[in-house]
Design a binder for this molecule. Structure first.
Ligand code: ATP
Length: 395
């Protein structure tokens, strides 16, 4: 277990910035997830921690020891990649033992480590098989085993599940989380899948355009995204966005098809803003059918139903408000049909307000979680560009 610290780390490929001013200090034994869209710099960050990529500026340390000059083989790390890259002509035991043999570990120590890893991963009965005789999930376990036998201080995983089918991915996700709990090694895990990030991470680093947007625990990211980029990226179905205008000194936010009356704390926050135009966001599960007497609500949004999706546990409604596509996750309902008008109430306390220029969140942060080092990255293109009418998401 190690504390990994990156300070002001930057990386350019020629004149292309890949990672800009990356700052993060892991906790010992923490599971840190780096998440973001393709090309946002996740893998480059991981490769810099591994020593596979030089750092242009800034510093990297493990437990306070500077790492920049330490070659890959001398860093106490083990990596797991998307491709398992198992040796096809060696059996599982030999695949697990290979790196230890190269390092001239005594035979008895190799035997102990391989057996321990196989037991941990539940692959003992497979030790005599060749990779072609294994399923995708079993191969991925062997790839994890190859990393475990090295007993590293830091695990680095780059999209290790993306070759697996959807169902297997979900079960391997749980396997990796359990494995981490059992062996407690500090882990950096790269994915573009926000569900993987939310379900696996102790803390999540959301990146975009090489810039950290926010570092926080899963629920803080969900409840208090620091900008519209994070708000739109985290959550499935995604957050709804609309352009709105502040009225009555913060007591009202309105626009075509909606009026919301913010709670007192948000009202005060908005009254202090020297602006009229904002971007608002609200999550699909916070919309309720009318009349919503059982709930405390803050106003309504009206539109026309485009599509009704029966999900089994919920009825999801895709509806259009002033040309913007929105989603509501409602209790099961078989009476709703396409082309109907619909009016939905928004639960009180669930309105997110963002600066329409920069995308920065205007609601005050309420998180008291000490694990959250919430920091908003410089607004990137995707944050600035505002609403997309087709999806209702920033982008
Ligand atoms: P993905 O999910 O697609 O793997 P990523 O978030 O891991 O993406 P990186 O691979 O870190 O992104 O790439 C960040 C940026 O650096 C991208 O613009 C990419 O094109 C660029 N880049 C990465 N590696 C190189 C390289 N060896 N040479 C030049 N540019 C590179």
């Amino acid at each position: 277990m190690a504390v990994v610290k990156l300070e002001n780390v930057c990386k350019y490929f020629g004149s292309t910035p890949a990672v800009l001013d990356f700052n993060l200090e892991s906790h010992e034994g923490e599971f840190v997830v780096l998440v973001g869209p393709s090309g946002c710099g996740k893998s480059t960050t991981l490769r810099m921690i591994a020593g596979l990529e030089d750092i242009d500026s800034g510093t990297l340390s493990f437990d306070g020891q500077p790492m920049q000059e330490v070659p890959v083989q001398d860093r106490e790390i083990a990596m797991v990649f998307q491709s398992y890259a198992l040796y096809p002509h060696r059996n599982v035991f030999e695949n697990l033992a290979f790196a230890l043999k190269l390092r001239r570990f005594p035979k008895s120590e190799i035997e102990r480590r391989v057996r321990d890893a196989a037991r941990t991963l539940d692959i003992e009965p497979l030790l005599g098989r060749k990779p072609r005789e294994l399923s995708g999930g079993q191969r991925q376990r062997v790839a994890l085993g190859r990393a475990i036998v090295r007993e590293p201080a830091v695990f680095l995983m780059d999209e290790p599940l993306s070759n697996l089918d959807a169902k297997l991915r979900v079960s391997m996700r749980a396997e990796i989380a359990k494995l981490h709990r059992r062996i407690g090694v500090t882990t950096f895990y790269v994915t573009h899948d926000q569900v993987e990030a939310m379900t696996m991470g102790d803390r999540i680093v959301v990146m975009n355009g090489g810039v950290i947007q926010q570092i926080a625990t899963p629920l803080t990211l969900y409840d208090e995204p620091v900008n519209s980029y994070v708000a739109g990226f985290i959550g499935n179905p995604p957050m709804n966005f609309l352009s709105g205008e502040i009225g009555e000194q913060g007591a009202l936010i309105h626009g075509p098809g909606f009026e919301f009356r913010p709670e007192p704390s948000l009202r005060q926050q908005l009254a202090r803003q020297n602006r009229r135009d904002v971007m608002i966001g609200f999550r699909p599960e916070h919309l309720k059918p009318q009349p919503a007497a059982a709930h405390s609500t803050m106003g309504t949004v009206r539109g026309a139903i485009e599509l009704v999706e029966q999900m089994g546990s919920t009825t999801d409604i895709r509806f259009v408000v002033d040309g913007h596509a929105l989603i509501a996750e409602l209790p099961r309902d078989q009476t709703l049909v396409a082309k109907q008008p619909i009016e939905l109430a928004l639960l009180a306390g669930h309105l997110h307000v963002f600066d329409s220029e920069t995308g920065k969140r205007l609601n005050a942060a309420t998180s008291k979680n000490p694990a959250d080092s919430v920091r908003s990255g410089a607004p990137t293109g995707a944050v600035r560009s505002g609403l997309s009418a087709a999806s209702g998401r920033p982008g």
